[in-house]
Ligand binder design. Structure first.
Ligand code: ATP
Ligand code: MG
Length: 393
């Protein structure tokens, strides 16, 4: 419509817009149009949050070549996507991340060429401390990108360092919109730095009670992220609100999953390895499986909604083993949500929903519409609120 008003004579079958890196993205279908609008919407939100002037979205027409002149030699090009762009059908949803994917891909290329090292990284703010590690917001000089770098002190042999590095290789293969992007890792003396995508909304543990229509969309992404990991035979092993990250684009991604047994073991030797999100069978030292991740999923979302700061004191953990699972107060939450949590937190691991049952649960089905704008708007508003409470810098 817009192009028609300016160039009434043109036959336009496609147009282009520029992403944040100035790369031209072509729009040919409704699907691509949706992605463009979501991209623009999140840019506007970002500009609003940063107090900048809102810039209009510029589009550029792409006129058709006159018929008859095209492909005079009858050449055929295979336009099918390359193999393993998405290794699982669970991750094929289009998220408004055209440009994000592109820059991540560029960054991955740079990093895969062995250019990732301490000299190229400028550490900025501390994002938080966890069990054994500190996460920094950092600037990667060659690519000009912001990263999140987790630094963990590990006094281990060179042999074990090598083992960890090779176990982390699988992270390069993780390609899902619901899993944090991995850019590389390196050891310097007795510490490992793990570089990942920076999420400007931070983790879910710092948000107050989340409206259910937002929480539902977050839960959908978390379930899809877990399903993706499970499809690669990876158990997360540390599902909790602080390992669920959000950004102002409305994306939700999982981080800190246990791909490297050696890394998990090395950290566990130095730090206490129990937390309040662990399934009862794990606390009592029984076998860990997908079902144990499902428990942690349930208790995480219960915790987010009850949000009373830190969860149960450690001595209460034994209650989880010995007594009935905690339940959410009825009346305060919707029936599908309470049912979802209750099912995930069944004491018997086998009674908890299997991956396909999680995806088919009414609470998940209800919010599985790919509406990233809902989460985006909520994250932007929450960040704005946080900023205004903190006052001027
Ligand atoms: P644990 O060590 O048991 O996983 P944790 O998740 O609280 O506990 P860290 O993983 O060290 O601790 O993370 C510390 C904090 O850093 C998190 O709570 C989160 O807010 C922030 N953080 C981690 N990764 C990122 C990221 N990629 N982007 C933005 N913030 C992040
Ligand atoms: Mg973490």
């Amino acid at each position: 419509d817009v192009i028609g008003q300016v160039l009434p004579e043109a036959t336009t079958t496609a147009f282009e817009y520029e992403d944040e890196d100035g790369d031209r993205i072509t729009v040919r279908s409704d699907e691509e149009m949706k992605a463009m609008l979501s991209y623009y919407y999140s840019t506007v939100m970002e500009q609003q949050v940063n107090g900048q002037l809102i810039e209009p979205l510029q589009i550029f027409p792409r006129a058709c070549k006159p018929p008859g002149e095209r492909n005079i030699h009858g050449l055929k090009v295979n336009t099918r996507a390359g193999p393993s762009q998405h290794s699982s059908p669970a991750v094929s949803d289009a998220l408004p991340s055209n440009s994000l994917k592109k820059s991540s891909a560029e960054l991955k290329k740079i990093l895969a060429n062995g250019q990732m090292n301490e000299q190229d990284i400028r550490y900025r703010d501390t994002l938080g401390h966890g069990n054994g590690g500190t996460v920094y917001k950092a600037y990667h000089v060659p690519s000009g990108k912001i990263l999140a770098v987790k630094v963990i002190l590990l006094d281990i042999t060179l042999e074990l360092q090598k083992q960890i590095m090779s176990e982390l290789e699988i992270l390069y293969k993780c390609d899902s919109s619901y899993i944090i992007g991995f850019y590389g890792a390196f050891f310097v003396e007795n510490r490992i730095s793990i570089c990942t995508e920076f999420m400007d909304g931070g983790s879910l543990d710092v948000y107050r009670k989340i409206p259910e229509h937002v929480l539902g969309r977050i839960a959908v992404a978390v379930v899809k992220g877990l399903t993706y990991l499970w499809s690669l035979k990876i158990l997360h092993r540390d599902v909790k609100p602080s390992n669920m990250l959000v950004n102002t684009r409305g994306q939700v991604k999982l981080c800190d999953f246990g791909v490297s047994t050696q890394l998990v073991n090395s950290i566990a030797k130095t730090y206490v390895g129990t937390n309040a999100y662990m399934a009862p069978e794990r606390i009592s030292g029984e076998q860990y499986g997908i079902h144990s991740d499902v428990w942690s999923l349930g208790i995480s979302f219960m915790e987010i909604q009850k949000n009373q700061g830190s969860l149960m004191p450690l001595q209460l953990l034994q209650c989880i083993v010995d007594e009935d699972s905690p339940v959410l107060p009825v009346g305060e939450f919707s029936e599908p949500f309470v049912h979802f949590i209750t099912q995930c937190m069944r004491k018997q691991p086998k009674e908890r929903p299997a991956p396909e049952e999680l995806m088919g649960h009414p609470f998940i089905v209800q919010f599985n519409d790919g509406n990233a704008a809902v989460v985006s708007m909520w994250v932007c508003r929450a960040l704005e609120e946080r900023r205004s409470q903190q006052g001027p810098p």
